[in-house]
Each structure stands twice: as structure tokens, then as C-alpha cells.
Design a protein around this ligand. Structure first.
Ligand SMILES: Cc1cc2nc3c(=O)[nH]c(=O)nc-3n(C[C@H](O)[C@H](O)[C@H](O)COP(=O)(O)OP(=O)(O)OC[C@H]3O[C@@H](n4cnc5c(N)ncnc54)[C@H](O)[C@@H]3O)c2cc1C
Ligand code: SF4
Length: 327
């Protein structure tokens, strides 16, 4: 049995106290919500925080408010099960409900939160291993080592963004509210990410994701497709979120966002632009799928071969567009 290292646990009841606690904890502090990703990672010594600030009891981080007509706000500590089964989210923001419902297994969706999912650590075959395994190969720069074992000549880490809900939220035009010691700010979901396997979040360490804000549904339809080896609980090795706003048969606006192809979700903007003003035909969909495969640059550091994952990107984009149009 692998044991957790010792740490101090703080359980604030208000968002203000949580902000103070994480700021006071300094560089040894980390936030924890459901713990479904962080605790296994701590057991493997991928993270060694001295203080954990637990968010689950913070009242302000719970609740789903609003409507599809006005826009919906989802508290960061809402569980993935709650998001997946929320009737208004399932109806009007289908990609998000689908993505939340495809994360891991029912047990983990009952504990895991939306805030934890958008902040989930990046993954790599050389990193998501026990401490002994990583020690045997000399560690890598993401933790305890100094080179990248996937691309030894590289000065950066290429670990893969593996959140299911992030591409879906991005395609839906979501924004994220951050609360920290200097106050609060609201940023587009895409701005939460950086293309770096280690510093993958574009927020300060002591900023808390408090809520995810979905814009009015306003005629948008969406879908999310996920590639993984074991349908029961694997992380995505490719995720495709597509959102379309149609007028009759004509696409007026489109967004396509790929997950698990880089260290951050990747928007396929040229592919989406190519659909605007067009009908969804076999030709327009094939052209968009080809364009979307461009930004998909998977490396050989997760499941399946990377040429296969790149090839499947085209197929999944085409299927996601068809599913979004039919949603
Ligand atoms: C076997 C297994 C399979 C999994 N499969 C998938 C999968 O298919 N898809 C997938 O996306 N994930 C998967 N996960 C990862 C994880 O279960 C989910 O991502 C889950 O949503 C994480 O949420 P959590 O609340 O448990 O996060 P935690 O583990 O509590 O935290 C995760 C990270 O987010 C940070 N964090 C949490 N809440 C906040 C907040 N409000 N503000 C700022 N930072 C915060 C933490 O500091 C930590 O860095 C899997 C995990 C396991 C163990
Ligand atoms: S991409 Fe390289 S540095 Fe990053 S986790 Fe993998 S082996 Fe380590």
C-alpha cells in the first residue's frame, strides 16, 4: 500500500478564509477539492505539499444558478455527477454534461469537482508512475529531475492536458471566476491555460477558481467526444468539443476545441471559421476536420501511438460536428 505523506489540513468554511489560508500557507500550500487527482499524485510523491486547504466545505463554491436563457454559473465544488445530470446543462450545454459524465468512474465523479477538473494536473507516461519507478529512470524535469525523457533535447515539459471538461467549457464560451488575495477577476476559460506541462495554469498559485460561467445558450448546440482505451475509467487521449450556432441549415458561429493533444486544450479556430456561412455537408465537414487536425500535435507520451491519435482527430472532429448539429 502506498501511503500519503504527512501534511497539515485546513478546512475553511468561507471563501475569504480559504483565500487567507492558501496565501498564508506559502509555496508549500495546495488547494484540494474532491482529492481524486491530488491524493493519488501525493501518494506517488508527484506533489509534496506541507499544507492542504480543503475547499469542499466552502459554501460559496457550491450551487448551480441561472438559466440557459440568461447564462448559468456553476460553483467550482459542484461534483461532476451534479454537472452531468443537471437537466438545464444537459439540454442547453450538452458538451459540458457529456464531458463531465465521461470523466473516470461513477465513484470519482461523485467526489471529483468541476473546479478540480479544470485545474487537473497534466499527464505523461514517464511521470504518472510511482516514486520508485520514476527514481529508477532518473526522474524528469516535471518532478525531481532535470531533463525531459520524451524529448531529451527540449527545455520544456510536454505533459498532456487531460481534462475532459476544459475543451467543452472553452467551446461553449465559458469564463472562469478567480478569487485571490488581491481580489477577484473573471477571465475566458482559454486564458486559464499555458502551453507548458509544468506551469500549465495561467493563474496564481493562491487564486481559487470559484465558479465557471456559461454564457446564454442563445441557439448554440454542442457535443463532446472522447477517445480512450478503457471506456470505464481512462483519461482522454483525445477529446473533441464542437459548438455550433445555426440559422436554419447555415452555420453562423462555430468553435472546435481539442483536448489531450498538447499541454493545454487547443482551439482549432481556422477549422471553425471555415464552417461559418456554410451548410454542414460531407465536403465542408471534411475540410474543417482536416484543418482541425493541424493543431493536433500529440507526442509519444500517453496511450495509443501518436500518429494514430493525430489521424483519429479528423474522424472525431467530423463526428463531433455531426453530433453538435443534431443536439
Ligand atoms: C483512475 C482515475 C481516472 C481518472 N480519469 C479522468 C478522466 O477520464 N478525465 C478527467 O478529466 N480526469 C480524470 N481523473 C482525474 C480526476 O478524477 C478529475 O479530473 C476530477 O475532476 C478532479 O477533481 P477533484 O475535485 O477531485 O480535484 P482535486 O484532486 O481535489 O484537485 C486537482 C487539482 O486542482 C486543484 N484545484 C481543485 N479545486 C480547485 C479550485 N477550486 N481552484 C483552484 N484549484 C483547484 C488542486 O490544487 C489540484 O491541483 C481521473 C483520476 C483517477 C484517479
Ligand atoms: S513530457 Fe518530459 S518533462 Fe514532462 S512529464 Fe513527460 S518526461 Fe517529464
Amino acid at each position: 500500500m502506498i501511503r500519503l505523506p504527512a501534511f497539515t489540513y485546513v478546512a475553511p468554511r468561507t471563501l475569504g478564509d480559504a483565500v487567507t489560508a492558501i496565501a498564508d500557507a506559502g509555496t508549500g500550500g495546495m488547494l484540494v477539492a474532491g482529492g481524486t487527482d491530488l491524493f493519488p499524485n501525493m501518494k506517488r510523491r508527484q506533489f509534496e505539499p506541507t499544507t492542504l486547504v480543503g475547499l469542499r466545505r466552502v459554501r460559496e463554491l457550491h450551487g448551480v444558478r441561472g438559466s440557459a436563457r440568461a447564462g448559468i454559473s456553476v460553483g467550482a465544488c459542484e461534483t461532476l455527477t451534479a454537472v452531468a445530470t443537471h437537466p438545464e446543462i444537459a439540454r442547453a450545454y450538452t458538451a459540458l454534461a457529456t464531458a463531465a459524465g465521461l470523466v473516470s468512474s461513477p465513484q470519482l465523479r461523485n467526489m471529483g469537482t468541476l473546479g478540480g477538473n479544470v485545474c487537473v494536473d497534466t499527464r505523461c507516461n514517464y511521470y504518472n508512475q510511482t516514486h520508485e519507478w520514476r527514481k529508477a529512470i532518473g526522474f524528469c524535469m516535471k518532478k525531481d529531475g532535470d531533463i525531459c525523457l520524451v524529448a531529451p533535447g527540449s527545455d520544456r515539459c510536454w505533459a498532456v492536458s487531460s481534462s475532459d471538461t476544459a475543451p467543452a467549457l472553452w467551446a461553449l464560451g465559458a469564463r472562469v471566476r478567480l478569487v485571490g488575495p488581491d481580489g477577484e477577476r473573471t477571465i475566458p476559460l482559454g486564458a486559464l491555460y499555458r502551453d507548458d506541462g509544468i506551469e500549465y495554469l495561467g493563474k496564481r498559485r493562491d487564486e481559487i477558481v470559484s465558479e465557471l460561467l456559461l454564457p446564454p445558450a442563445d441557439g448554440w448546440r454542442s457535443a463532446y467526444l472522447k477517445l480512450r482505451r478503457r471506456g470505464s475509467f481512462d483519461f482522454p487521449v483525445l477529446g473533441v468539443a464542437a459548438a455550433l450556432r445555426m440559422e436554419g441549415e447555415i452555420v453562423r458561429e462555430a468553435r472546435i476545441v481539442l483536448g489531450a493533444v498538447a499541454s493545454q486544450p487547443r482551439e482549432a479556430a481556422p477549422a471553425a471559421r471555415a464552417l461559418v456561412g456554410e451548410r454542414l455537408t460531407a465536403e465542408t465537414v471534411a475540410r474543417a476536420a482536416d484543418l482541425a487536425a493541424g493543431p493536433s500535435k500529440p507526442l509519444d507520451n500517453t496511450d495509443f501511438t501518436h500518429p494514430y491519435r493525430k489521424k483519429v482527430t479528423r474522424v472525431y472532429v467530423a463526428r463531433a460536428l455531426a453530433a453538435a448539429a443534431a443536439a
